[in-house]
Write a protein that binds this ligand. Structure first.
Ligand code: NAP
Length: 308
């Protein structure tokens, strides 16, 4: 099998923690270059400060994995797709919905694969949760996604800027799971966004959704949580309560349970390789749509300035 020559673009936390190891472990891929404005890259792999330079002067690439902040992702993706290079987008797939739609159109015209990844959907409990919920009637749902931003996002200025999503950067992971496992579509009813006086993005948010059968789902997002962290989803159904904890790593429901090691990025790269092989794209914007609706429909409250 011909290996997919891939370049990782944006050598920050997620690229180093997850993408590089997942690529190294998957024989379908060969890492041929890295791109990032600062630094020298990783041991012996050709490194470029900008994607334009890699595409003009570097080794041939079949695919790029874009691990940059979302605000710069569209232009990088468009540059690659215009040349027929397959694109793996980290989540969220972009800073606006229209730019993601534009990329999907570009991928279709160029014949390249566009994969808008949602890593939490590959957490060990998610697919069994989806299976169990398929035949159930949802009565209510609640999501509690509370973490310490100082611990998980130190020094990430982009995350507090417009388009960085603030607390929705982790919150969108919960929505990516929810939109995957619930049998009915979900829509936003109301939202309260708490935005620090010195930032452009929320530090906390309370949201109320409803599914199309009328079941309420509430969501509590907060970045000011110290001590134990919460990444929990609870779904009450006509057949009992399903609980997904630790970001989807642990599942419990009446008569069953599932858990396992974190193989989210192994799953993402296996899926990306399969998409490339089949000549298909996978672009699901439902999680980003719900976040965009929170910004569109939500009430904003200015709260105390936050220093990281
Ligand atoms: P990060 O640590 O700030 O890394 C982002 C990197 O992007 C920086 O290292 C920066 O490179 C690079 N970059 C910025 N502009 C660029 C450009 N025009 N071309 C190439 N590289 C550019 O952020 P992160 O935590 O890795 O997050 C990146 C994305 O992954 C976000 O969308 C986030 O939601 C997602 N994600 C993060 C995590 C996590 O645990 N951190 C988990 C899952 C998904 P320099 O350092 O060279 O300036």
């Amino acid at each position: 099998m011909k290996r997919i020559r891939i370049a990782v673009v944006g050598l920050g936390k997620i690229a180093r923690d997850q993408h590089l190891p997942a690529i190294a472990d998957n024989p379908a891929f060969e890492l041929v270059a890295t791109v990032s404005p600062h630094g020298d890259g990783v041991g012996g792999v050709p490194h470029f400060p900008a994607l334009e330079e890699l595409l003009a002067d570097g080794p041939a690439v079949d695919a790029v994995a874009l691990c940059t902040p979302p605000q710069v992702r569209h232009d990088l993706a468009a540059l690659a797709l215009e040349r027929g290079v397959h694109v793996f987008l980290e989540k969220p797939p972009g800073a606006t919905l229209a730019e993601v739609a534009a990329l999907a159109g570009l991928a279709e015209r160029s014949g390249a694969t566009l994969f808008a990844s949602w890593h939490s959907r590959f957490a060990p409990g998610v697919s069994a949760a989806r299976g169990w919920l398929a035949d159930r009637q949802l009565q209510r749902g609640s999501i509690r996604w509370r973490e310490d931003v100082r611990k998980w996002h130190p020094g990430q200025a982009w995350i507090w800027e417009a388009g960085g999503l603030g607390v929705f950067d982790p919150g969108i992971n919960a929505l990516s799971i929810l939109t995957e496992i619930l049998p009915q579509p979900l829509f936003l009813c109301e939202a309260l966004l708490e935005i620090p006086a010195n930032k452009a993005a929320p530090i906390a948010a309370q949201l109320r959704f409803r599914d199309t059968a009328g079941a309420p789902v509430q969501m509590d997002l907060d970045w000011r949580q110290t001590g134990p962290q919460s990444w929990d989803i609870e779904i009450e159904t006509d057949a009992g309560v399903l609980k997904l904890s630790d970001g989807g790593a642990r599942l419990a429901y009446p008569g069953g349970a599932a858990s396992g090691e974190n193989r989210e990025y192994a799953g993402l790269y296996a899926h990306f390789a399969a998409l490339v092989e089949r000549g298909e794209s996978d672009v699901d914007v439902r999680p980003l749509t719900l976040v965009a609706d929170a910004f569109l429909r939500g009430t904003r409250r200015t709260v105390e300035a936050f220093e990281d």
